[in-house]
Unconditional design. Structure first.
Length: 238
């Protein structure tokens, strides 16, 4: 009787032990083989999050810590719209800048502004084109400190009752050295803080309603630009 009860206990032990051993062996076969002397470390998903966040933190404040070198920028310049709104009108400007050497870029601009002076029965339409060369001493692409020199030509057309019959259009050519600081914000918006000195090399006798808008001399401002190239890429590649 004693031997029978001992035999039953041994059978129950084997039935419980063998499945656990086989399950443990199958679990090891599904894992990656380990090399002798090498311990397997399980990397939690939380350890991958900092690297992902680090790639996304290209912002106004820490962009110098990244290899962030813009080589070309196609932008919408809001300064012409603001200039038109200040003079009871509207406007827009487009610019394209290309890095041709590690420190040197070429930039061209196109603008169109229509204004309606309050003191005159007059509509003034301007079309402007410019060509500039900029030097970036910090070698950060088209970002941060720059100095340059440019030439701009504006074509002006007038309409309304206060326009003389023999004076319906003008032209203006100006040169301007320039210094400024351009900064990207989250890769889509550019802030351009600049100072320039403008002087005319060719100009017509501009009406009083235009002379204050197209004046020469010191020019200081802050331009907000939208990087259309990056915006289009983000929208159409999704």
């Amino acid at each position: 009787m004693f031997k029978a009860s001992k035999l039953i206990k041994n059978l129950i032990f084997l039935l419980l032990f063998i499945p656990s051993v086989s399950a443990h062996a199958e679990g090891q076969s599904l894992a990656e083989p380990q090399k002798p002397g090498q311990s397997q470390e399980i990397q939690s998903p939380s350890q991958e999050i900092p690297s992902l966040q680090q790639k996304q933190k290209i912002s106004f404040f820490n962009s110098q810590n990244f290899n962030f070198k813009e080589k070309r920028i196609f932008s919408l310049d809001t300064a012409y719209l603001l200039s038109g709104l200040k003079n009871n009108g509207w406007g827009f400007g487009l610019g394209y800048e290309q890095l041709v050497l590690p420190f040197l870029s070429i930039k061209s601009d196109f603008s169109h502004v229509t204004i309606f002076p309050t003191s005159y029965d007059l509509t003034i339409t301007t079309v402007g084109i410019s060509l500039n060369a900029f030097y970036y001493p910090l070698n950060k692409g088209l970002n941060f400190l720059y100095v340059g020199f440019g030439c701009r030509t504006d074509f002006l057309m007038y309409s309304g009752d206060d326009v003389p019959s023999d004076h319906k259009k003008d032209s203006l050519i100006r040169l301007a050295p320039k210094i400024g600081w351009k900064q990207s914000i989250y890769d889509y918006v550019l802030v351009d803080i600049y100072y320039s000195y403008r002087f005319s090399v060719f100009s017509s006798d501009l009406p009083d309603s235009v002379a204050d808008i197209k004046s020469n001399g010191n020019g200081f401002g802050v331009k907000l630009k939208f990087n259309l190239q990056k915006i289009f890429k983000a929208v159409f590649t999704r």
